[in-house]
Design a binder for this molecule. Structure first.
Ligand code: HGY
Ligand code: MN
Ligand code: MN
Length: 421
């Protein structure tokens, strides 16, 4: 690897550290949509984009969009989209999201440093919300760009009762302009996202990068069990309508369903117990359900089984179970044409082209509604993610940058008038 690319990779790592130090919590890394921490990272990233020769704008929901114009830009100029997200889960790592956006930024920065322009524009997206931590609605940023935003979500509230609409306005967004933030598709060459693998496959195979074949679909549900709060000392066990005991039975049913259905992953990540006192029988429990599978029909069948099981548990325990659908994203296949071009770029960079599916969701799911998509995974240590121990190496990031730059060159060659694109 040449010294300049290695140095650029080190800058990417330093910027991941800089962004990773910006959090809404003092003792762990958390950046939810629309918070001052997100405003802080947007300011920093906008400065980096402008220094890389990009024009920069913030759209109606707060996505940051940098554009590096084409040579001889005109009305028929095409655009290649790069990007990833800047928000995080709670107690997050520093690479999930920012790494992908920063590799794209570095590729543009190096074009600018060489005073080079491509026969197409490069647009870099720093999405304002992919994880959905604050409002439980994933892909909020890329949904708006893809024209898939659900206006009903404006009424979604966070744990403090703040609506998405309020948070958007406070973040400088404009709910009335969300429709205008949908990206036109007539000039698009595709969307390419670099992201940490968030799994152990590349490390197990000793590969620095991998090409994503498909992104599995997912369902996000909220289930509320309602029983009757009561005195822990006076209500006999036989007379209780314990909402937490019902929820606990359901959590184990979710685990059994995940274990019983091949390739299904089923997770209860959040559980809120009310009133939440040690001497009170829980009257109400709300939990989250995250269900994923490469095949949408299989995921739907598992979801139906779990919904029936929640009702059966509720009936047995004389409580109620309310099932609230928060969001679904279908499985998405990455474009064969872009995967093949990525494979050529990986091989030219001296790495082995290897394809693997993505268990995690990514903004590419939404962007696939606009254009063809491709993703490049970067090996991460022990596959750990959604965890502050998330780790990648400078050398793997340098390979990823090298691959992206070669991909940009191959894309330019395909734009040449005599190419058989
Ligand atoms: O949940 C996911 O798959 C992604 O990290 N939002
Ligand atoms: Mn994530
Ligand atoms: Mn991510």
């Amino acid at each position: 690897m040449d010294a300049a690319t290695t140095a650029a990779a080190q800058t990417i790592m330093q910027r991941c550290d800089t962004l990773g130090a910006i959090s809404e919590e003092p003792d762990r890394r958390t950046r939810r949509y629309g918070t001052p921490a997100m405003r802080q990272v947007n300011v920093l990233v906008a400065d980096w984009m402008r220094a890389a020769g990009m024009s920069v704008r913030q759209d109606a929901i707060g996505n940051l969009i940098g554009r590096y114009e084409a040579v001889d830009a005109g009305t028929d100029t095409k655009s290649l989209l790069l990007g990833s997200h800047l928000d995080t889960v709670r107690d997050a790592g520093r690479y999930d999201g920012p790494l992908g956006m920063l590799v794209g930024l570095a590729a543009v920065e190096r074009l600018h440093a060489r005073d080079e322009r491509l026969p197409y524009a490069v647009e870099l997206y720093a999405f304002a919300d992919e994880e959905g931590l604050r409002f439980s609605t994933g892909y909020l940023g890329s949904r708006v760009v893809a024209g898939a935003f659900n206006p009903a979500d404006l009424a979604a509230t966070d744990t403090e009762g703040v609506t998405l609409e309020r948070a958007m306005r406070d973040f400088g967004g404009d709910p009335a302009a969300l429709g205008a933030s949908e990206r036109p598709t007539d000039d698009l060459l595709g969307y390419v996202e670099v992201h940490i693998e968030q799994g152990p496959v590349l490390e197990a195979r000793g590969l620095p990068v991998g090409i994503v074949s498909a992104i599995q679909g997912q369902s996000r549900i909220s289930v509320t069990f309602r029983g009757e709060a009561g005195h822990a000392g006076t209500v006999p066990m036989a007379l209780r309508r314990d909402a937490l005991a019902a929820a606990a039975e359901f959590v184990l049913a979710v685990e059994r369903e995940g274990q019983a259905t091949s390739e299904l992953v089923a997770t209860v990540g959040q559980l809120n117990v009310e009133p939440g006192a040690s001497n009170v029988i829980p009257g109400r429990v709300t939990l989250s359900l995250d269900l994923r599978h490469p095949d949408d029909a299989t995921r739907k069948q598992a979801l139906d089984r779990l919904q029936a099981e929640a009702q059966a548990i509720a009936q047995r325990r004389n409580v109620t179970a309310d099932w609230k659908h928060l969001g679904t994203s279908r499985s998405v296949t990455c474009a064969p044409r872009l995967r093949e071009r990525l494979a050529r770029a990986v091989a030219a960079a001296g790495a082995e082209p290897f394809e693997l599916p993505s268990g995690a969701g990514h903004d590419g799911v939404m962007m696939s509604r606009l254009t063809e998509i491709a993703m490049l995974f970067v090996r991460c240590e022990r596959g750990i993610s959604h965890n502050p121990a998330e780790a990648v190496t400078d050398s793997d990031v340098a390979v990823a940058l090298d691959v992206v730059e070669r991909f940009l060159t191959l894309t330019a060659a395909e734009q040449a008038p005599d190419s058989s694109a």
